[in-house]
Design a protein around this ligand. Structure first.
Ligand code: NAI
Length: 348
């Protein structure tokens, strides 16, 4: 491991990084713990076909840190972590997830994990036979995680529309949802029920066609999602979708979705702010599942989905107001506020 990794960890306040290789299953993964000052670290398992180990490690560190920011702004007694698994053909996946269960159990409650892109109920069920510190996908678990996230994103979009226009007025809105999986699909349903004109896009054509037909929404070619004119662009697929190339193709008034780390760089948020595009703070919007999971694991309580939505809307609104008062991009304000809170935890 290069010494630059340790420099980056020190600069950004990481506590621990594990590089995992399981001889039996062939699994390769990284586990980053960003912060446990306020409580155990929470973070899901992302399994993705990264182009390189370096990309996987970078994603792992970014996502773990974003989880701490989420905890800080949601005022949770927890910190951030992430487990990133390299998706490869020669892995025995049931054995790999069993092994991950053992790794998580050995950490003794310092790290709680759950679903993310590429890791769903089947994988979690095989882990929960090995550890107490994983989200049980069955009736014994917290339930409604993706619904909690989608509700937070939905209420966050509502806060953005009210912030710009004084009202949500759904029936006048054209909203592009990029990614129609657990979060995007749920969000599209909520928006369609409110009467918004929803355009959905997914790389998986069967998933897209099925959901669009069911919700009676327009199906978009995923390659066109970014430049289709709309009031709200809701990225609910992977992070980093707004970068040097896509930035100038966006034709929207608001960017507000559920994907983590939507902006490839903070500078892209600044450019959008200069163009008058409102960018919602993504790590606030997508904190629904974290809120639900943290309360469930630490207090044994299932916070109702609508309460989670209310809570997230209030935080999004306060970030937007502070951003307006300072004429600053909302993502910068959210990061600053999170960093102030994290620094205060660490001082105390
Ligand atoms: P998922 O795996 O259920 O769905 C993602 C969907 O996006 C898939 O259908 C995939 O085909 C599609 N997709 C990938 N790249 C695409 C592209 N370029 N264009 C169009 N579609 C694309 O994942 P899930 O759970 O819905 O998560 C979505 C995002 O929300 C991720 O970034 C995740 O980290 C974030 N998130 C999810 C939470 C949850 O509760 N599930 C909690 C917080 C964040």
């Amino acid at each position: 491991m290069s010494v630059h990794v340790l420099d980056a960890m020190a600069r950004e306040g990481f506590e621990e990084l594990l590089a995992l290789h399981d001889r039996r299953s062939g699994l390769r993964a990284f586990l980053a713990i960003h912060d446990t000052v306020r409580g155990p670290a929470f973070g899901g398992i992302r399994r993705w076909g990264y182009r390189s180990e370096r990309d996987a490690l970078g994603d792992c560190l970014r996502l773990a840190r974003a989880m701490t920011y989420k905890c800080a702004l949601a005022d949770l007694p927890a910190g951030g972590a992430k487990l990133v698994v390299l998706d490869r053909e020669d892995v025995d996946w049931p054995a790999a997830y069993s092994y991950l269960g053992e790794v998580v159990e050995r950490m003794g409650g310092r790290f709680y994990t759950g679903p993310d892109v590429g890791t769903g109920p089947v994988e979690l069920a095989s882990m929960s036979a090995r550890t107490r510190f994983v989200t049980d996908p069955g009736p014994e678990g917290p339930g409604e995680l993706a619904e909690s996230t989608a509700e937070g994103v939905f209420r966050g979009i509502e806060a953005c529309l009210e912030h710009l226009d004084g009202e949500a007025d759904w029936s006048r809105r054209r909203i592009v949802v990029q990614g129609l999986g657990a979060v995007g699909g749920n969000l599209a349903r909520r928006l369609a029920e409110k009467g918004a004109r929803v355009l959905g896009a997914d790389l998986d054509p069967q998933r897209a066609e099925k959901l669009c037909a069911e919700l009676e929404i327009e199906c978009l070619d995923p390659a066109r999602a970014i430049d289709t004119p709309c009031d709200v662009f809701a990225p609910c697929a992977l992070g980093g979708v707004i970068h040097d190339v896509t930035l100038n193709r966006l034709d929207t008034r608001i960017v507000a979705g559920g994907a983590n780390n939507v902006l490839a760089k903070a500078l892209h948020g600044d450019r959008l702010h200069e163009r008058g595009v409102l960018v919602a703070p993504d790590f606030v919007q997508s904190s629904g599942a974290l809120i639900r999971g943290t309360f469930f694991h630490l207090e044994g309580r299932r916070v109702p989905v609508h309460e989670i939505g209310e809570r997230i809307k209030a935080v999004v609104r306060s970030v937007l107001e502070r951003a307006r008062a300072e004429d600053a991009p909302p993502p910068r304000i959210a990061v600053r506020e999170a960093e102030e809170r994290i620094a205060a935890w660490r001082r105390s």
